[in-house]
Design a protein around this ligand. Structure first.
Ligand SMILES: Cc1cc2nc3c(=O)[nH]c(=O)nc-3n(C[C@H](O)[C@H](O)[C@H](O)COP(=O)(O)OP(=O)(O)OC[C@H]3O[C@@H](n4cnc5c(N)ncnc54)[C@H](O)[C@@H]3O)c2cc1C
Length: 287
């Protein structure tokens, strides 16, 4: 199967990601932007912005529309897809989403501030029976007992996919408005409390019972950067970058709120521009 190839993939379509993408595109790098359903919810919610030079008292929504108009003028593709994982592969990266993949030579992470409330035991057992990506890890649980905690309706696609693979599957939906779920799935409308196990996941404790499990999938709205790309250096929940917005992994750059405070537009746009130019320079040097 042939996967689409890009010079640069930008993950996140907020101010930082879009600023990065206009700079990589102007530098003639084949670029695609991946974002959530809406670019960006945070910007949309900002009522009046008075600290962004040249746009006195503009609303977040007005600025959002201006940004989107700008990227459209440059013909930049914004794909409404949440990226699940990035896997380095030699000099390139495989960027994985919902059963699909693209390949690129450099990456800019601009996913905004990510601070999920982890369940007790979750961080320790990640990769030891706990996964954030059904598409990536689902096949490991063929014929086994799994559960999936869905914080968002998007998780329904994952639970239906796992139902075809696992022997037993329990679904804990933590949102309103359940859709069509495979009949094989046992629905459990209880809140998860903690994950049990030392070397490997053994069970999930909910309000009312203890589920013995081989695997647990947790699908949130957002994926913390450390889970997006293994080995990415973080400090106090922020991606560590240098002045070129380069991370500790060659070819991977980051910008915006995900690199730490101040959480402001001007900083996100500025860092996005630097990350875009640095990623383009990285590819030029390599060539
Ligand atoms: C109510 C409110 C008011 C504000 N007012 C101001 C103000 O007046 N002045 C100011 O300077 N700043 C203000 N801010 C802050 C400003 O909005 C942020 O600093 C800015 O949006 C950060 O841009 P960003 O691109 O880093 O992240 P975001 O805007 O958060 O964008 C990140 C994007 O990445 C996407 N994403 C996340 N994970 C993935 C994934 N795995 N795959 C694909 N896409 C993904 C998200 O869907 C999102 O679209 C305000 C924020 C809020 C919430």
């Amino acid at each position: 199967m042939e996967f689409p190839q890009y010079d640069i993939v930008v993950i996140g379509c907020g101010p930082a990601g879009l600023s990065a993408a206009i700079n990589t595109t102007i530098r003639n790098k084949k670029t695609v932007v991946f974002g959530g359903d809406f670019c960006s919810p945070k910007l949309h919610r900002a009522p009046h912005i008075n600290n962004y030079l040249g746009f006195w008292n503009i609303t977040g929504e007005e600025l959002r529309n201006k940004y989107l108009h700008h990227v459209q003028q440059l013909g930049i593709k914004v794909e409404q897809q949440k990226i699940d994982n990035i896997f380095p592969s030699g000099d390139t990266f495989n960027v994985v989403f919902k059963g699909n993949m693209v390949i690129c030579k450099a990456i800019i992470i601009a996913v905004g501030l990510q601070n999920p409330k982890f369940l007790p035991g979750e961080e320790e057992l990640l990769g030891k029976g706990v996964s954030y990506c059904a598409t990536c890890d689902g096949p490991l649980y063929r014929g086994k007992k799994v559960a999936l905690i869905g914080f968002t309706k998007e998780a329904e696609e994952d639970v239906n996919y796992l139902a075809d693979i696992a022997e037993q599957i329990v679904y804990l939906p933590l949102y309103e408005g359940l859709g069509d779920i495979n009949k094989k799935v046992r629905l459990l409308k209880e809140k998860p409390k903690s994950l049990l196990g030392k070397e490997r996941l053994q069970a999930l404790e909910t309000e009312g019972e203890t589920l013995e499990l081989d695997g647990l999938f947790i699908i949130r709205d957002n994926i913390p950067p450390a889970q997006l790309l293994q080995g990415l250096e973080l400090k106090q929940n922020a991606i560590v970058v240098d002045r070129k917005m380069a991370t500790n992994i060659p070819g991977v750059f980051a910008a915006g709120d995900c690199t730490g405070p101040p959480y402001q537009l001007a900083k996100a746009v500025g860092e996005g521009a630097v990350a875009g130019l640095s990623a383009a320079g990285f590819l030029d040097e390599r060539n």
